[in-house]
Ligand binder design. Structure first.
Ligand code: CO
Length: 278
């Protein structure tokens, strides 16, 4: 199909590229578009950054029809983002995707902006979600002396936290009650090398807080019980040395039963020792 003569110059690049691509696809498979038009059954949901250097299909070598996609600045999973939630719900419940991946990338401008002291306007509210990641992992981040290294780690931690956010949504919580829920993955892309790395966010990691987000009384009770037992054990461990110390306290020298009970010493408000019975 010819490009209309009225097409402005800045759009010619796009339309010409499109026509070239159609020609290439048809050369490989004359039925290519007819098959795609029948419908989609993608295996993957890609949640990535809007950064122009990180296109989902391009960096994963997948073609049209294989990957449902949601992109926003710094690949965030925000529980009040109706756009993301709609994409997620449709992908999980209607398309039944098998794998959901959150894909961050080193050199992410959104992550760098969140870590800086500069103000950028409205977007700072969006970036506050990344500042929450900094708050959760501040100790680890502060230990990294090299600025670039610290930002790279923040990119990774941001991906990990977004996978956790994903797991907390009612959509994933409900999916986990069914057979074969979608597998969640956190990946990071290195723009300088083009390599994708799986951060291996473990399922155990996600199970740790499952009892809080799963709307199921049995899970809540069991999960809370595990935590309560752990806390009780910690309390016991803490009290044990204190009790032992008391036992080891020297006994009063006057062990004569006939002697009057020694006056217990206490400190009065002036800090002076005073006999309680005096
Ligand atoms: Co980015």
């Amino acid at each position: 199909m010819d490009i209309p003569k009225t097409t402005p110059l800045h759009m010619k690049r796009i339309l010409e590229g499109n026509r070239r691509w159609v020609k290439d696809q048809l050369a490989k498979d004359p039925q290519y578009f007819e098959k795609l038009a029948l419908g989609q059954k993608p295996r993957y949901l890609f949640i990535g950054c809007s950064d122009s250097r990180v296109p989902g299909s391009g960096i994963t070598g997948t073609g049209p029809g294989e990957m449902f996609t949601h992109r926003n600045i710094a690949n965030l999973v925000v529980h009040t983002d109706m756009n993301l939630l709609s994409v997620l719900q449709y992908a999980v419940e209607v398309l039944e995707v098998e794998v959901i991946m959150v894909v961050g990338h080193y050199g992410c401008g959104g992550v760098a902006a969140a870590a800086s002291n500069n103000q950028y306007g409205l977007i700072d509210n969006w970036l506050t979600n990344i500042r929450d990641v900094i708050r959760l992992h501040e100790t680890e981040l502060l230990r990294i002396k090299d600025d670039e290294e610290r930002l790279r780690r923040l990119v990774e931690l941001n991906v990990i936290e977004q996978v956790r956010n994903l797991a907390k949504t009612t959509i994933i919580q409900n999916a986990r009650k069914r057979q074969n829920p979608p597998k969640l993955h956190g990946l990071v892309y290195d723009i300088r090398e083009g390599i994708l790395k799986d951060l291996e966010v473990s399922t155990e990691d996600l199970n740790e807080f499952q009892h809080i987000y799963q709307r199921d009384k049995a899970v809540l009770t069991a999960g809370t019980q595990v935590l309560l037992e752990k806390l009780q054990q910690e309390d016991n461990d803490y009290q044990a040395p204190a009790a032992q110390q008391q036992e080891e306290q020297p006994q009063p020298l006057a062990a004569d039963a006939s002697q009057e009970e020694p006056a217990e010493l206490a400190l009065n408000s002036n800090g002076k020792q005073t006999g309680r019975r005096a």
